[in-house]
Design a protein around this ligand. Sequence first.
Ligand code: SF4
Length: 694
Amino acid sequence: VIEIGQPERSVVTTCAYCGVGCTFKAEMRGEELVRMVPYKDGKANRGHSCVKGRFAWGYATHRERILKPMVRERITDPWREVSWDEAIGHVAREFRRIQAKYGRTAIGGITSSRCTNEETFLVQKLIRAGFGNNNVDTCARVCHSPTGYGLKTAFGTSAGTQDFDSVEQSDVVMVIGANPTDGHPVFGSRLKKRLRQGAKLIVVDPRRIDLVRTPHVAAAHHLPLRPGTNVAVLTALAHVVVTEGLVDEAFVRARCDMESFGAWAEFVADPANSPEAVAQYTGVDPDEIRKAARLYATGGNAAIYYGLGVTEHSQGSTTVMAIANLAMATGNLGRPGVGVNPLRGQNNVQGACDMGSFPHELPGYRHVADDATRQMFEELWGVELDHEPGLRIPNMLDAAVGGSFKGLYVQGEDILQSDPNTAHVAAGLAAMECVVIQDLFLNETANYAHVFLPGSTFLEKDGTFTNAERRIQRVRKVMSSRSGKADWEITLDIAHAMGFRMDYSHPSEIMDEIARVTPTFAGVSYDRLDALGSIQWPCNDKAPQGTPVMHVDGFVRGQGRFMITEYVPTDEKTGPRFPLLLTTGRILSQYNVGAQTRRTENVRWHEEDLLEIHPHDAEERGIRDGDLVKLQSRAGATALKALITDRVAPGVVYTTFHHPMTQANVVTTDYSDWATNCPEYKVTAVQVSPSNGP
Ligand code: SF4
């Protein structure tokens, strides 16, 4: 029996796990968090929650949290606890020394989509204005940058089109490369409810995900495609729409660029893009593609929801554009029940992108080469800004190995565990002279760090997160900071120590600046957030209450633009040595690399990552359920236990990446999306064999 004391006060705040953005009442007794109660007025969750937001907050007071700043000269030295002043002074001196010796662009930083909008805004401001370059990147690029690129190209804005309520008016729902039951559970439940009410389901996924197997939900069509062939399947769906006369011509004529439509229609109608032609390499039954296309085009309000199974490919941006093409051609945009809806993985992926975390874009998705935008920021910040795009994370690592990049400030990200090709990440970090990690725990990347700055949890700070439906919500301080500083204060101190002033006394003042410089945030302030509960951007003079559904009267870019989406197979090939394809995903109780959930009671539900393998492939290799197996790719090898299941098709294996001992990214490749460098995590050629370890 667990005794739970009576709370004395409660604070409404926002979950810091996934992009659904559930709100909770944190019930407190003194400084002790008693329980998290799903907030019934929460617009994203309406009183619901999942096991992560409700129970997985114990990491905030976990004994392994680092609460004192630490410094060491070499990465082989032991850590030395120091005062905040000494740590910040050390960072500033080292970064200035490196810039004096190697040049202005020899340092950079990484923002986190786990942190608040205000913290992210400050990190990119420090780098652009304080460091004097654009070497800023974000973990949001590693998951959803193709969404930003693809949707901006097609519609003119880098965000999903709907609110979550919209699903309640959908007649057909297509889920592509997402597993909402595990990845976005509260939205997943809402989706299932709509399906039980009679909406039809199309699932495009290599695995028989939970939605396909849910009782009382008839998965109208499951298209179990071979990993890496999304573009071919989506173009084949479009082929059916065009060749069978299912285009919504009135919508296309009124809303879209007809020249681009004509070229696209001619391209998709080519017999090489027919369901029958692509079947040989996608592995999908042509009849199922035809039926799914007819259902999507004629079944009423049809919505598409997608996840990292779309974006984390060498053709991630092409796939997003193929989804946009399909929605425009069938008129499924601009009203409730339809739309193109990226399910963002982390709590603030949308916000991290909005805040200018990319090396080529200032806040509000404006290019650094745009003179008028740069001039506005220069006048406000009192510095001259670089007009050249900076380095993305893989380019920073390449430059470090090459000797021209020497200092890195990482806020809230564990790139050694989460980025592809672990060996290359380690080589890049090892070649740097000052790596600064700001985090809760000594993560894997901290093994290569010279300075560790203790970060704070979402329970210890004020700010905002922006969820997958563009909803900006307040994060409220629930308990005192355990390390003495919130993350935004650390960034502020580094800026001051480096000689660049940024004067804010509270995160609300940072939001006021964001609203001043970002047109889609123009009407956002803490007072308005408190009054309205939350606000979906764009929020400005034209939309003072925010915007639940976008592109209602016209696309942000004017006319919707169709793009040619030619299927180009990934360079990652199977062959005799590596005959299987590995794809990866998440499980309900755990979150990403597990730094938080592994330090809560939730770990009991998932003590290790398993390798799902089809019974035929297991039998061929003499593998029994629960055997330790060796997972080998061209990049490396790891070991984990086998789970024999027909959830995966023959030729496909699948694992999660929540535990550091699994080291899933030891085996993933260096390939990435052609437009954004988003890593191709979802396709790795592997061999699996019985093993006692790698
Ligand atoms: Fe909601 Fe996602 Fe948090 Fe679960 S993890 S409570 S679905 S925001």
